[in-house]
Design a protein around this ligand. Structure first.
Ligand SMILES: Nc1ncnc2c1ncn2[C@@H]1O[C@H](COP(=O)(O)OP(=O)(O)OP(=O)(O)O)[C@@H](O)[C@H]1O
Ligand SMILES: [Mg+2]
Length: 304
């Protein structure tokens, strides 16, 4: 478990973090979000012991990272914004080098390297020089080095940045697989990625926590109740009256050809909304359940 308590960091006269507090539970995965310069990488660098905090504490499984740096660092695998790769080495020699850096006992080197290679699907490039690898593979080698030493916690700073959609998809699959065995703290600007991978979210803006909690709770706070979006060719008063009379409908908002119908209950079947549209000959174009998106929350809390 990671506990960040009243953490602040000042660079000269710039507060990169101001009194931030949050918790990440064991085997949970958290998305650390925020606009550029929000303080995500600074937070990660402090948790991994690369930077000192100006104020506050970080506890890893109850131990203070500043007082027990070695014990805490052993529990954490870290992929920085720029993966620390050596282009001249091939993937296996690089991972062997990382085993040495992390003081993994020699008799565990082979098993540790093989496990990291297997988890990150790097078998096909294990003997290729790192300089010859695509960005997607380089990121995976970066995560493989984080896995050496079998740390229970993984901290990944924008692992999918700069990757093509296929590589993003492949990387996401491996990160989702890692969730079963690791606690994961992930920063990204790809919010759909957070919705697919993370249980919890912290949104930072200019060094302050603007939202935090379980992803589903944050989404339902943003949009209490349920909503159905309907697109029709023509919207008439008679149609609006008929839709308003459906039991459970709270309000209807019109946006061009679209109607956003807010409901107090979840409708499994949408037929009930189709009947008035047919009756009024409104020309149904589309009907869908609308789910609150993390984008909406992000824009709302960082709009200042
Ligand atoms: N070593 C440093 N010296 C001075 N200022 C720094 C240093 N590192 C970060 N900062 C400043 O601290 C603030 C937070 O930076 P940080 O890199 O943590 O943001 P971030 O959320 O990771 O942004 P991005 O999405 O661009 O990666 C920014 O204003 C940045 O300019
Ligand atoms: Mg950053």
């Amino acid at each position: 478990m990671i506990e960040v308590q009243h953490l602040s960091k000042k660079f000269v006269d710039n507060w990169a973090l101001q009194d931030t507090s949050w918790k990440l539970g064991t085997r949970r995965s958290m998305g650390l979000l925020g606009p550029n310069g929000a303080g995500k990488s600074t937070t990660m660098k402090i948790i991994t012991g690369l930077l000192c905090a100006t104020d506050g504490q970080v506890l890893v499984d109850g131990e203070d990272i500043f007082h027990h740096p070695v014990a805490c660092k052993k529990k954490i695998g870290y992929l920085p914004e720029t993966p620390p790769l050596y282009d001249d080495l091939n993937v296996k020699s690089y991972l062997k080098f990382v085993c040495g850096l992390k003081s993994v006992p020699t008799y565990h080197h082979t098993s540790q390297m093989d496990l990291a290679i297997e988890k990150m699907n790097l078998q096909s490039v294990a003997y290729k020089p790192i300089s010859d690898l695509s960005k997607g593979f380089r990121q995976r080698v970066g995560i493989a080095q984080a896995l050496i030493g079998d740390p229970p916690i993984l901290i990944l700073d924008e692992p999918s940045v700069g990757l093509d959609p296929q590589q993003v998809f492949e990387l996401r699959k491996v990160i989702i697989a890692l969730k079963t065995e690791h606690t994961i703290l992930l920063s990204t600007h790809v919010l759909t990625e957070v919705q697919e991978i993370c249980d919890d979210v912290v949104i930072l803006d200019r060094g302050q926590v603007k939202a935090q909690g379980a992803l589903q709770e944050i989404l339902s706070q943003m949009q209490p109740g349920h909503s159905i979006r309907i697109q029709v060719q023509k919207i008439t008063k008679a149609l609006l009256t008929d839709l308003n009379e459906i039991s459970g409908v709270i309000s209807i908002q019109q946006d061009g050809q679209w109607l956003e119908v807010r409901c107090g209950q979840n409708f499994d079947r949408l037929d009930i909304f189709v009947e008035p549209i047919l009756k009024n000959d409104s020309g149904l174009l589309a009907i869908e359940k609308h789910h609150a998106r993390l984008e909406d929350v992000f824009i709302e809390v960082t709009k200042e």
